[in-house]
Design a protein around this ligand. Sequence first.
Ligand code: MSP
Length: 500
Amino acid sequence: MSYYITTPIYYVNAQPHLGHAYTTIATDVLARHMRQRGEDVFFLTGTDEHGEPVADAAHAQGVTPQELADRNAERFKALVPVLDASNDFFIRTTDAEHQRRVQEVLQRVHDNGFTYKGMYEGWYCPRCADFKVENEILEGNRCPIHEIVLELHQEENWFFALSAFQERLEALYAEHRDFVMPPARYNEALSFITSGLQDISLSRKRLKWGVTVPWDPEHVFYVWFDALLNYYTALGYARPGEDLTDRFWPATYHIIGKDILKFHTVFWPAMLMAADLAIPHHVFVHGFLLGADGRKMSKSLGNVLDPFQVIDQFGTDALRFYLMRDVAFGADGAVGMEAVTARYEAELANDYGNLASRSIAMITRYRDGVVPDAPTDPALAAEFDGLCERVSALLDRAEVHTALEEIWLRIRRCNRYVEERAPWTLARDPATASQLDQTLASLAEGLRVISVLLAAYMPTSTSRLLDALGAPDTSIAGAAFAPTGGGRTVSPLEPLFPKR
Ligand code: MSP
């Protein structure tokens, strides 16, 4: 089965920060998990480089928009391997191939009769690059996201006949209740639609930094149309000489933050309908990371969690784990360095790291480093019954947080098992040798299954551990708890999560 998953493409007028890292990591967990399941995966991320904010930022810095875009796109591109994200392509909206395809698709929207020229007057937020409709505007004519005062803009535009899609969008929502997830976001998007859709700007005349409108070259496309189409255009040129569109379109999941819900859940499906293209299966909308004080992260409040600092101090796996663990996916959540440290010590070093090191140490000490080829304990095996299926089902719904909790419960269970069985006592008496065999075989097996399931979250540490267990295979078929220990040889393991 093909599985195509995307992150938003990030604006190059800012520096990469934790919010971007968060979306990219969650998306990567899903992509990696699906690869473990043998699915045909394509994972796309990239940068959004056109539009007024970029042009303005370039102007302020005395460089051309292209220079600014080139410089900052590099920073976003460099972040991807730092996060250990396994994207299959990195799209830049200044790619010539992207621009050509944007023109092609939107020409079709035009030919299909869904555009017209008109005068636009409205309240515009330059930071969002978006005109706000009445029910979005805050008191004092302010942007609901940036809280800055909106500007009254009047200009000649090409319009996209969004209102023509009211019924088809309502039908889409009625037939596909999981088009937008989680359900609260589905309701939010649907109520935006049912409250009545207004046509939206498709082009800008004043602006030069964008994709030229092919039927009216004095205009460039409004940046959001150019940006949203990245999900579609990338498939056409990500692999030189090969067109992946038929293989991967429509996308399985767009993972986005709640700030860009309207664009992905209303404008985007309408645009695709207007161009006769298939609609993606799901848009998953996650919440915002907040400062440890529960307020919006901002440098001036001094409550920003710096992803690079977390990585320097604790490593990439720890950052990935922390973000998936501490914030319910879909809800807002406060994050901070103290919580990172606490989770690192209590859960990574103690729960998981300690289970790994003591299991391997006991196999080494009591059984010369060979996992006994003895029957595993049915009581412990029962605790793993259906685990892989449950984790898979949760990740089918992009529930990265709940799936991780399911796995973590088994880590805790295995640690309790060590205490209950007290292998150090069993080792003292030859009469309990077979019980010791069973205990060690069960622990090695539990640890292996857990690590296969955790591989999508923490690829580096789990791979070190699975290698030490002599069982490097991470395919999901291996996440079933085996009836015997297997007789594999373990090798020494440096602490996975050393004290910091
Ligand atoms: N360029 C547009 C998206 C176009 S997609 C066709 C854009 N870019 S952005 O750089 O502002 O990135 C927004 C996204 O970054 C959010 O939707 C979210 O995925 C992520 N986040 C940015 N700040 C965030 C938090 N504070 N918390 C969680 N995620 C956030 O919008």
